[in-house]
Design a protein around this ligand. Structure first.
Ligand code: FMN
Length: 551
C-alpha cells in the first residue's frame, strides 16, 4: 500500500473532510424527507451523470410530509456516492482500496473500550420513546422509494448483535422500517449466506428469549464499511474496522442492552427483537433492483435511543444499481473474493476480481482477470472457486485476460465472441440457490454458468493504431478543440502474441514513409503455384514471432 491510512474517527470528521474537498453539497432550503431527499440524490445515479461528479448531499433544513421540522440534518451519499467518497472514508486514495481491504482482512485490530462515549450525550428512554413526536419520530428517516415504500427506513445501519453462546459480536447493515415511535421492522436475510444477525436470532429463539440489538445510524466510515461486508460469522467487524483504519476503534457499553457498540456513533437505537412473533415488513425498494414485497420479518421493541448532542442522520441510497449501496459493497466484496482465490485456493495467474454493478448488483455476474498464458486448469479452478465461495454470489462467472476491461460490457462481448468456443469453454452447473433477487418463479432454484473467455492462443494484434500514434493524435485532437473525448479500453492496437519482428519492421518503415522499401522486399519474394490467401509463413516458415502479449 502506498498511502498511510488516516481514516476519520467519526462520521462528522468524515463530512468535514468531504466538504473541504468539495465532495459535499450543503442544501439549506427546506427539503421533504418523505418525498424529495432520495429522489433528488437519485438523479446522480440515473441522470447519465459521471461518477466523479457525484457528491454527498447534506440537508440542513429537513421537513416531513406533514410539515414536521427536524433539528437533525440528513446526509445521503456520504458513505459511497462515488469510489472517491468511499476511499475518503478510509483516508486513502481510490487506488489503495483493494490493498486496504486485504490488509484489514489479514490484520484485524481489536477495539479499545471507553466508559464515556459521545454517542451517550443525549439518552432517551421510557416515556420519551412513546410520546407523540418522541422516540423514532424524532429521527428524520427518509422514504427511500416514494411511491412504493410503506414507511421511512433506516438504511445506513450497522446492527449489532451478539452470539449468545460464544459472545462474538456481529455487525450487519440491515434495513429497518419505522413501525411506531418505539418499534421497528428489521429485515435480516434468512437465505443461505444471508445475515449473520439471523444466525444469532435463531439461537435466541431456541433459548426462548428476545434478541438484544443495537442499531447504529452514522459512525466512522470504516465501521459502516464493515456492515455490508460478508465476514466469517466468528470475525468481529469492529476489529476489521480497526484493520481498515490502521488503528483501534472505540467501543462502549450500550445503555439498555448487553452489547458493546461504536462509542463515536451519531445515533444508536437499542432494543429487543421478538424471536417468537414476526411482523409484515415492506414493501421496500431492494438492492437487487426490484421492490421487495411484504414479508414477515423481525419486530424490534425500542428500549433506548441515544445520540450525540448534535448528531447527523446518515441515509444510504440503495435500490437499482449502481447506487451508494453497491459502491459500498463493491470493493469490499471484490477484495474478499480475490483473497479467497489468491490466498486460500492459490489460483495461479489470477490478477483481479471484478463484480458487475449496473442493474445486476454485483452478486450475480463476476469477472475474473487472468495473466496472459494462465493455465486452463487454473482458470477453471478459479471459475469454480468464485462461484462457490458464497451461495448467493457467482451465478455467471466469466474469466477474461488481463487486457480486457471488465467494466466495459462491449469488451466482455468481444472476449466472448473471439476468445471462447462455447462447446469447450462454457459449463453449466445445476443446483444453485436463488440468492438475492425478486421472489418470482415457482422453484426459486437457479444454476451456474462458467465461461473461460481468456485468450488461449497467440492472436494477431488488435487493429487500432499503436499507442504512440493514438497518444499523439489525442494531443492533436485537444489542440484542435474538438468535442471532449471519453476514453475506454481498448483505444490503441497492441500485440496479442502473434506478430513478428519482420512485420513490425514493415510497420515502422511504413510509418516513416518508406513503404516502397517494403514493396521491394515483397517483390523479391514472389512465388507461383499458390492459391490467393495462402499464409506466407505456411510457405516461407514462421517469422520470429515474439512471445507474450503485454501491452
Ligand atoms: C444499504 C444496505 C442495505 C442492506 N440491507 C440489508 C437487509 O435489509 N438485510 C440483509 O440481510 N442484508 C442487507 N444488506 C446486505 C448485508 O449488509 C450484507 O449481506 C452483509 O454481509 C451483512 O453482514 P453479515 O454477514 O454480518 O450479516 C444491506 C447492505 C447495504 C449496503
Amino acid at each position: 500500500m502506498s498511502a498511510k491510512s488516516s481514516a476519520p474517527s467519526d462520521f462528522q470528521e468524515h463530512l468535514a473532510h468531504l466538504e473541504a474537498r468539495g465532495l459535499l453539497v450543503r442544501i439549506d432550503r427546506p427539503v421533504c424527507k418523505d418525498t424529495e431527499i432520495h429522489p433528488l440524490v437519485r438523479w446522480q445515479f440515473v441522470g447519465n451523470f459521471p461518477e466523479e461528479a457525484r457528491r454527498a448531499f447534506l440537508f440542513t433544513n429537513v421537513v416531513g410530509a406533514k410539515g414536521e421540522k427536524y433539528d437533525i440534518p440528513v446526509v445521503v451519499g456520504a458513505l459511497a456516492a462515488s469510489n472517491e467518497i468511499y476511499a475518503a472514508g478510509m483516508g486513502v486514495g481510490v487506488e489503495d482500496l483493494a490493498d486496504v481491504w486485504m490488509r484489514a482482512l489479514d490484520g484485524p485490530i481489536e477495539p479499545e473500550f471507553v466508559e464515556n462515549a459521545p454517542c451517550h450525550e443525549r439518552v432517551y428512554t421510557g416515556d420519551d420513546l412513546t410520546r407523540p413526536g418522541g422516540g423514532l419520530a424524532m429521527l428524520p428517516a427518509p422514504i427511500s422509494t416514494p411511491g412504493f415504500d410503506a414507511a421511512p427506513y433506516l438504511t445506513a445501519t450497522v446492527c449489532v448483535t451478539k452470539d449468545p453462546e460464544t459472545g462474538v459480536r456481529n455487525m450487519g447493515t440491515y434495513r429497518a422500517g419505522l413501525k411506531a415511535n418505539d418499534r421497528l421492522g428489521v429485515r435480516m436475510a434468512s437465505r443461505l449466506s444471508g445475515a449473520g444477525g439471523y444466525v444469532h436470532w435463531l439461537k435466541y429463539q431456541k433459548m426462548g428469549q428476545p434478541m438484544p440489538c443495537a442499531i447504529i445510524v452514522g459512525c466512522a466510515p470504516v465501521v459502516a464499511f464493515t456492515g455490508p461486508q460478508k465476514l466469517a460469522i466468528d470475525q468481529d467487524e469492529m476489529a476489521i474496522a480497526g484493520g481498515l483504519a490502521g488503528k483501534a476503534m472505540r467501543v462502549t457499553r450500550a445503555r439498555t442492552v448487553d452489547l458493546e457498540i461504536p462509542a463515536d456513533a451519531e445515533i444508536v437505537i437499542e432494543g429487543f427483537i421478538d424471536t417468537e412473533l414476526l411482523e409484515p415488513e415492506g414493501p421496500f425498494g431492494e438492492s437487487h433492483g426490484h421492490i421487495a414485497l411484504e414479508d414477515f420479518n423481525m419486530s424490534m421493541r425500542v428500549t433506548a435511543i441515544t445520540m450525540k448532542n448534535k448528531p447527523v442522520f446518515a441515509s444510504v441510497l440503495s435500490e437499482v444499481t449502481p447506487s451508494e449501496s453497491s459502491i459500498l459493497k463493491k470493493s469490499a466484496y471484490e477484495a474478499l473474493f480475490f483473497q479467497h482465490l489468491k490466498r486460500n485456493l492459490d489460483i495461479k495467474g489470477i490478477e483481479a476480481v471484478v463484480m458487475h454493478e449496473p442493474l445486476t448488483n454485483l452478486r450475480k455476474v463476476i469477472f475474473l482477470k487472468f495473466a496472459p498464458g494462465a493455465q486452463r486448469t487454473e482458470v477453471w479452478r478459479g471459475l469454480h472457486g468464485a462461484s462457490t465461495l458464497q451461495a448467493q454470489c457467482g451465478k455467471i462467472v466469466i474469466a477474461v485476460s488481463r487486457d480486457i476491461d471488465a467494466l466495459n460490457t462491449d469488451a466482455i462481448f468481444w472476449s466472448l465472441a473471439y476468445r471462447s468456443d462455447p462447446i469447450e469453454d462454457v459449463q453449466l452447473v445445476p443446483h444453485r440457490s436463488g440468492g438475492h433477487g425478486p421472489k418470482a418463479g415457482a422453484s426459486g432454484g437457479d444454476s451456474t454458468m462458467l465461461i473461460d473467455a481468456t485468450l488461449k492462443h497467440p492472436t494477431s494484434p488488435l487493429a487500432l493504431p499503436a499507442k504512440p500514434f493514438m497518444e499523439n493524435a489525442r494531443t492533436l485532437w485537444e489542440e484542435l478543440g474538438l468535442h471532449p473525448l471519453s476514453v475506454r479500453a481498448p483505444w490503441h492496437g497492441y500485440d496479442l502474441g502473434d506478430w513478428s519482428d519482420d512485420w513490425q519492421a514493415f510497420a515502422d518503415a511504413a510509418a516513416r514513409g518508406d513503404w516502397e522499401a517494403n514493396g521491394a522486399n515483397t517483390y523479391a519474394r514472389r512465388r507461383g503455384g499458390l492459391k490467393p490467401e495462402t499464409p506466407v509463413r505456411k510457405v516461407e516458415g514462421a517469422g520470429a514471432s515474439k512471445s507474450g502479449n503485454e501491452h
